[in-house]
Design a protein around this ligand. Structure first.
Ligand SMILES: *Cc1c(COP(=O)(O)O)cnc(C)c1O
Length: 222
């Protein structure tokens, strides 16, 4: 199957309100161009320099989402163009994104990354850390970032019930965070969950943005 066929078939299974981010990391710009020609406009990458190099040569109306670990010393390379940083997990990252976006007089959309999976990970906020960041840190003063929702990954397991349980946990946190901190902010509305292996479960548990790589572009060769 071609990139175009993969995209159209995935798109046809998604409800219209669910946004598809095509995760193009490690795949060449030509494949992104093919997906673009099939109508896809939103792409996700995990390395800042790789994303910047692709953005340079691809159409300017692409919305670039960054989904990898944010190295603050590389923020300057994505600040001019990145649409959304999905992997924000500290106040320091928010402040640095704000500082660099200010230089371009832009606003960068940010998703707070929650860690709910069973695997140990140094990335992502625990639910407690997320609440504590939102209630104690002066993020509201940052005018060049906008917190637009949450991102999460489920455990890498065959156990569908476990995955479903984690997505349910995230959905209830999403509602609670929305109600507690963003009740009158319509921008806070994105729940980014679900990858190639588990996106149907994520969508059935409330995700309105999915991040799909291999099912569109094939296996990645690292
Ligand atoms: C690689 C990656 C994806 C896409 O994974 P696939 O299994 O290829 O669909 C989604 N989200 C994040 C954060 C990733 O790093």
């Amino acid at each position: 199957m071609s990139v175009t066929e993969n995209l159209l078939s995935i798109r046809s299974t998604l409800p219209p309100e669910v946004e598809l981010v095509a995760i193009s990391k490690y795949h060449p710009a030509e494949m992104i161009a093919e997906a673009y020609a099939a109508g896809q406009r939103c792409f996700g990458e995990n390395h800042i320099l790789e994303m910047a190099a692709k953005a340079e040569i691809l159409p300017k109306d692409i919305k670039w989402h960054f989904t990898g670990h944010v190295q603050t010393n590389k923020i300057k390379y994505m600040a001019p163009f990145v649409d959304t940083v999905q992997s924000v997990d500290s106040m320091r990252v928010l402040q640095q994104l704000d500082k660099h976006a200010a230089r371009y007089d832009r606003v960068i959309n940010c998703l707070l990354q929650l860690h709910v999976a069973q695997e140990e990970s140094k990335f992502g906020l625990t639910p407690d850390e997320c609440f504590s960041l939102l209630s104690t840190e002066p993020w509201k003063e940052l005018k060049h970032i906008r917190i637009t929702g949450l991102m999460a990954m489920a455990s890498n397991t065959e156990d569908e019930e476990q995955i479903r349980k984690e997505f349910r946990t995230v959905y209830s946190l999403f509602l609670k965070i929305k109600e507690t901190f963003f009740a009158d902010d319509p921008h806070f509305r994105i729940l980014s969950e679900g990858m190639t292996q588990d996106y149907p479960i994520a969508v059935s548990e409330g995700a309105n943005m999915v991040r799909i790589g291999s099912a569109i572009f094939g296996e990645r060769s690292y």
